[in-house]
Design a protein around this ligand. Structure first.
Ligand code: MN
Length: 224
């Protein structure tokens, strides 16, 4: 097929212990899915249904990268998250069916321009430029298969900033998948960032941030 300029190549992620790579289709993210984080952001964890935002697939950063400090922010934040990778699609899937869509998991960091997010919230504007900017989706290598309740941590230059368990989520992974599949037709290759626990905070130039989720390969990024 002739195109007017070179079509971009696929976005892919490494798979632990494999030469194959995982092709990324879309990136969905859940807001406020841990009670303590919902409170620290001014929410009420008892009443809110899950809500979603997105990042472009080419926001993906592989663990170990050094990225430029994002422009237009004086308050870049880390958000440690479990990321679910889908190997099957579905529409209106039930909570019971949802696990069958899961291909595997990764540790992720939902980098956020918190100042732009606060401005967007106040002005009732979209979050895109707060969440979906270049290099904003940091991911460790994927691991195939199911994942049990696991500790989730974030460290900044070795100092622990976030520490919780994935089992503390308000909405479980199957519930997230079921909800999201009511809004969009989920597809193989879709990634879902499942929300962050309490303790989000700033990242400065020169700092290195590492997210771990159980035994999954860590997601590490350094700000230039
Ligand atoms: Mn997040």
């Amino acid at each position: 097929m002739a195109t007017v300029f070179a079509a971009p190549g696929p976005v892919t992620l490494p798979i632990a212990g494999s030469d194959l790579r995982f092709p990324v289709r879309r990136i969905f993210c859940v807001g406020r899915n841990y009670a303590e984080h919902s409170r620290e952001m001014g929410g009420d964890p008892t009443r809110e249904a899950p809500f979603f935002f997105t990042k472009p697939a080419d926001a993906v950063v592989e663990s170990g990268a050094v990225i430029p400090f994002p422009p237009k922010t004086a308050d870049l934040h880390h958000e440690a998250e479990l990321v679910v990778a889908l190997g099957r699609g579905g529409i209106d899937v039930t909570v019971e069916e949802a696990p069958s869509l899961i291909w595997g998991h990764a540790a992720g960091n939902d980098l956020t321009r918190r100042d732009l997010q606060a401005e967007a919230k106040a002005a009732r504007r979209p979050w895109d430029m707060a969440k979906g900017f270049d290099h904003s989706a940091v991911l460790g290598a994927l691991v195939a298969g199911p994942l049990a309740d696991a500790p989730i941590t974030c460290t900044v230059d070795g100092r622990v900033t976030q520490s919780a368990r994935t089992g503390d989520m308000i909405w479980s992974v199957p519930e997230i998948i079921a909800h999201l599949s009511g809004y969009v037709a989920l597809c193989p290759g879709d990634l879902i960032f499942t929300g962050t626990p309490a303790g989000v905070g700033p990242l400065l130039r020169g700092q290195t941030c590492t997210v771990t989720v159980g035994d999954l390969p860590p997601a590490t990024v350094t700000l230039a």
